[in-house]
Design a protein around this ligand. Structure first.
Ligand SMILES: C[S@@+](CC[C@H](N)C(=O)[O-])C[C@H]1O[C@@H](n2cnc3c(N)ncnc32)[C@H](O)[C@@H]1O
Length: 259
């Protein structure tokens, strides 16, 4: 009680004393924050005792459904056994854990802004925390750095992550994501179901100030070849997700490829 009163006062104080980012209207009509503010939300340290948060990411129903869809999607791709896969916004690595069960030779890595993710991976998934390489860095920075270093991944994955990246980062995504993809980009992202009238939306956006940015990713990653787009509804929550598979086009004649 006292803690929530204190944090409300801190927020009020900050909103008065600190310059606020320009507000834009997101697809659902809420006021969209900047990347900086959204990263502050997600990067907040959440202790192991925040059971609702970590258990949701370890084995929540919607997440598990996304994981199963992701694995079914990967099974259809043309990949060598030791393919490299990086998940942006990987949280505690649930997707990686199940990918490892199905593709034990895949080389897995992920980045997130939440400093707890590797420790929570170990708590829920044991030694798998030594298999997946975690980095605590915002996706925007990670992309820029990987492109500068000339690194590429056979598969780049985002599951319910880009929906939390605000509009002021879209150009960074558009510019860098195709460059770090060697073969495929797989996205499982929410598609237009976060109604401001829903209890769920009120709980998270109004009370916790977390936001969703539903977008058409086919329009953003138009330098990649869209192989498929499938819509899926999660029965219990009624949320709708789109599964996109993009393929890196073969380099045109005379162009140099990255290895
Ligand atoms: C809804 S969760 C999805 C997590 C995971 N992909 C899954 O399928 O369970 C969104 C994740 O994105 C992370 N995140 C949000 N903004 C980020 C940013 N700018 N860079 C990296 N991670 C970010 C959050 O910390 C959180 O773990």
């Amino acid at each position: 009680m006292l803690t929530s009163l204190k944090s409300a006062l801190v927020r009020l104080y900050r909103s008065i004393t600190q310059p606020q980012p320009p507000r834009r209207s997101g697809l659902n009509g809420f006021e969209a924050p900047s990347a900086e503010r959204e990263i502050e939300y997600w990067g907040r340290r959440r202790p192991a005792t925040d059971k609702e948060f970590w258990e949701y990411y370890a084995h929540g129903e919607d997440g598990m459904r996304n994981t199963r869809d992701l694995i079914a999607t990967l099974e259809k791709l043309d990949l060598p056994p030791e393919f490299s896969l990086h998940e942006i916004g990987c949280n505690l690595g649930r997707n990686g854990y199940y990918i490892h069960q199905r593709f034990p030779h895949a080389r897995l890595s992920g980045n997130d802004v939440n400093p707890e993710v590797e420790a929570r991976c170990r708590e829920f998934f044991g030694d798998f925390a030594d298999v997946m390489r975690f980095e605590i860095v915002p996706t925007q920075e990670w992309l820029e750095r990987e492109v500068k270093a000339g690194r590429q991944y056979d598969v780049l994955v985002s599951v319910a992550h880009l929906i939390h990246v605000p509009d002021d980062s879209v150009e960074v995504l558009r510019k860098y994501i195709p460059q770090v993809v060697r073969r495929y980009l797989v996205l499982i992202e929410s598609a237009g179901t976060h109604s401001p009238d829903s209890e769920w939306y009120k709980k998270w956006t109004t009370n916790a100030n977390v936001h969703w940015f539903d977008r058409d990713y086919a329009g953003i990653f138009d330098t990649l070849e869209l192989v498929s787009k499938e819509d899926q509804v999660r029965t219990r929550s009624g949320k709708q997700y789109a599964i996109y598979v993009f393929k890196k086009p073969a380099p045109s004649e005379g162009a140099e490829g990255n290895s």
